[in-house]
Design a binder for this molecule. Structure first.
Ligand code: NAP
Length: 263
């Protein structure tokens, strides 16, 4: 079978560089293009970094774009990739609902697949699923997400999705009035349609990669579900899985769990 040709957008960033290594290490994938606004003209594995998502800038006709750039540029990059007939595997978080709708329509019109995952680490996907189940049985939950200090958006896309999944299941609570002596100290509050709510707290510190704790409380007990990405390699099996699957799909898929077998 023909290898899948893959370009990486945000190629010179932390995730992009790790993705280049993952693509290069997989015998079923060929690295064919690199895009970044930095290091233009630099070369990795014989592929030059260019500043535009364009088939004619790639070494050969490319099937999939991996996107790890910035919340400010991801939407335009996906639209550009679809117009260049590229399936997309997107890790950049921060897309708005209206943008997701536009991407879905464009992908369907072009007969292409777009997979957007706030977290490509299999353990993080399991952490979210376990939290969603626990929310049915425990009274209250709060989320603490911890990331490196260069992360652009807060809270993380993973925390937003986890909070949404918990809110669907958790029952509304009667809360005592708070006396707040420092603004924001109780975090951001995500409210579910059924009245359940979850406080989300974001920590940004050098030395961290990507971590999240979901702490449930009930009478006389707590349950803590924690996931730690200790290096960026943790995201790569999920990224590679998504690249191999998205070439067979059409439209928009949100979340790695939607392509994981038996999930
Ligand atoms: P990073 O180190 O800042 O890398 C991003 C790279 O993309 C930088 O070189 C950046 O240049 C470049 N860039 C910015 N705008 C661009 C554009 N329009 N076209 C091409 N390149 C552009 O960031 P990172 O740590 O790799 O993270 C990238 C994204 O992935 C973030 O949104 C992060 O939250 C997300 N992420 C997702 C997962 C997941 O599993 N889904 C895991 C980790 C991270 P400048 O430095 O000049 O801006």
């Amino acid at each position: 079978m023909k290898n899948i040709k893959v370009a990486v957008s945000g190629a010179c960033g932390r995730m992009g560089k790790t993705a280049i290594e993952a693509v290069n290490a997989d015998p079923a994938l060929d690295l064919s293009g690199l895009i970044d606004i930095n290091e233009i003209g630099a070369s990795y594995y014989g592929i030059k970094v260019t500043n535009e998502i364009k088939q004619t800038n790639f070494r050969e006709k490319t099937d999939v774009l991996i996107e790890f750039t910035h919340p400010k540029s991801v939407f335009e990059n996906i639209k550009k990739a679809l117009s260049e007939n590229l399936h997309c595997v997107v890790g950049t978080t921060g897309l708005a609902e209206a943008q997701l709708k536009e991407i879905e329509k464009m992908a369907l019109d072009k007969n292409l697949g777009v997979l957007i995952a706030p977290n490509f680490a299999i353990g993080a996907v399991l952490m979210m699923k376990f939290a969603q189940i626990a929310a049915k049985y425990m009274k209250s939950a709060e989320i603490i997400e911890l990331h490196h200090d260069k992360k652009a958006d807060s809270p993380s896309g993973t925390a937003l999705l986890t909070a949404k999944m918990i809110c669907e299941n958790i029952k509304p609570q009667i809360k005592n009035p708070d006396i707040i002596n420092l603004g924001g100290v109780r975090g951001g509050i995500m409210k579910g349609a059924g009245g359940g709510e979850v406080n989300v707290h974001s920590l940004r510190l050098p030395g961290l990669v990507a971590h999240q704790e979901v702490i449930f409380g009930d009478i006389g007990q707590t349950l803590t579900i924690r996931h730690d990405s200790l290096s960026r390699e943790s995201f790569m099996p999920g990224v590679v899985m998504a690249v191999k699957e998205i070439v067979k799909r059409k439209g928009l898929i949100i979340g790695l769990e939607n392509i994981m077998e038996g999930f």
